[in-house]
Design a protein around this ligand. Structure first.
Ligand code: PHE
Length: 406
């Protein structure tokens, strides 16, 4: 892990040191015409191709949590995107031009994500925006992209509301009504649980959405939700919530949160003698979960987008290339970051020009695209329909146990 973190940080420095001051304002976005001729030469240090000649570059934007509580999400995603661009440029670029990406760090905060999106649109005049990971951050960005008619593709935000913002907003991952169903079904049919408690992050659209779906599906299957206990992202003491959960005597606890909170919750649950199986979603996905949660997260189950254990050549080739470049096994964020960039690159090749409307239409037509985290065909709501995997935490890593199809 030390190696991978260093590699990730090195990449990050390379990618973001060129950014001017981090965005701090929340201006109202002005609609812009993102013609390629308007693309200003990007700051060389902020782009993947360090020598963009004027007019020869198609500039993409990226907003990610490169610091803050979800930093691991942004770093993995950034790596995946960088790999995709590097490959596309090595293969000659698109329409005779090289691709570059300008990245802004939103510090894991929705307000910052929104102003970064505005900045990419009005100042950098990017042709499309990649990001964010956390649904609450994508929800803050999407209205800016929609209003300016700049396509936005979220690699991994699973809350359904993200793409409902409008017809310029896409994603390359499945959505939470499916992900929540997957874990409810696994808990009920495979783990044979009949009494489950939920610990929900009331500050996160992602957590709230999954809580609602899990509760509904698990109950429909004949199970009982014995209680829903709330916490807030960034809390560090979960003992009172866990004491309440313990009193409810559940067989399992569903925690649809992000890795940092989850690791602390698991540790404190162990300390309080709450010996039940924990279950979660994609938000658990980070090496950090094992670093911070250690033995406390062992034996838990999560739903996720991809498994590094998948023997298919498409997955194994990607892992090999990623590992060679970053010295780590890619998580699902890296895989989805890679897929999101490749979907936009594919659409750029098919679009008659790089204007927002033309690129939007080309992205909307994405069909049977061979993504690492599953084949992508976008439906009329701009979401792909893909299977999910169930993974078990075993020996300090995620082990593949099942695939559940929609
Ligand atoms: N799906 C999460 C969200 O919408 C983000 C996430 C995706 C986190 C994949 C980890 C892995 O907030």
């Amino acid at each position: 892990m030390r190696v991978s973190l260093f590699a990730a940080l090195a990449a990050l420095t390379f990618a973001v040191t060129g950014c001017e001051k981090k965005p701090t304002t929340t201006e109202t976005p002005k609609p812009v015409d993102a013609k390629p001729a308007d693309v200003k030469p990007a700051d060389p240090k902020a782009v993947v191709d360090a020598k963009p000649a004027e007019g020869d570059t198609i500039l993409l934007g990226e907003v990610g949590s490169l610091t803050g509580s979800e930093a691991a999400f942004g770093i993995s995603t950034r790596n995946g995107i960088e790999l995709a661009l590097e490959e596309a440029n090595a293969a000659g670029g698109v329409k005779g031009k090289k691709l570059a990406v300008r990245v802004y760090d939103d510090q894991s905060k929705p307000e910052e994500a929104a102003s970064a999106a505005t900045r990419l649109i009005t100042q950098d005049k990017v042709v499309a925006i990649l990001g964010e990971v956390a649904s609450s951050n994508s929800l803050a960005m999407a209205p800016k992209a929609q209003e300016a008619k700049v396509p936005m593709v979220s690699p991994s935000s699973t809350n359904p509301k993200v793409t409902e913002v409008g017809d310029y907003i896409f994603r390359v991952c499945f959505i939470d009504p499916f992900q929540g169903f997957v874990m409810a079904r696994y808990a009920h049919d495979t783990l044979k649980f009949s009494k489950v408690a939920i610990l929900t992050d009331k500050k996160s659209a992602y957590s709230e959405g999954l809580t609602e779906v899990f509760q509904k599906k698990f109950t429909e299957m004949g199970g009982r939700i014995v209680g829903v206990v709330a916490y807030s992202k960034g809390d560090t003491d979960f003992r009172s919530q866990l004491t309440n959960v313990k009193k409810l005597k559940p067989e399992g606890v569903y925690v649809p949160g992000y890795y940092q909170d989850v690791a602390l919750i698991a540790e404190q649950a162990k300390e309080l003698g709450l010996k039940v199986t924990m279950m979660g979603g994609d938000g658990w996905d980070s090496e950090k979960l094992f670093e911070l949660g250690g033995a406390a997260v062992e034996g838990s189950y999560v739903s996720n987008h991809y498994s590094a254990d998948d023997p298919s050549p498409r997955v194994q080739d990607f892992i090999k290339k990623y590992q060679a470049k970053f010295g780590a096994v890619p998580d699902s964020l890296a895989a989805l970051g890679y897929d999101s960039a490749n979907v936009v690159i594919d659409a750029l090749k098919r679009a008659p020009d790089t204007s927002g409307p033309a690129l939007r239409d080309a992205i909307a037509q994405t069909k049977d695209f061979p993504g690492v985290a599953g084949t992508i065909t976008l439906d009329e709501k701009r979401n792909p329909v893909k299977p999910a995997v169930v993974l078990k935490v075993e020996g300090g890593k995620f082990k593949y146990v099942d695939t559940i199809s929609p």
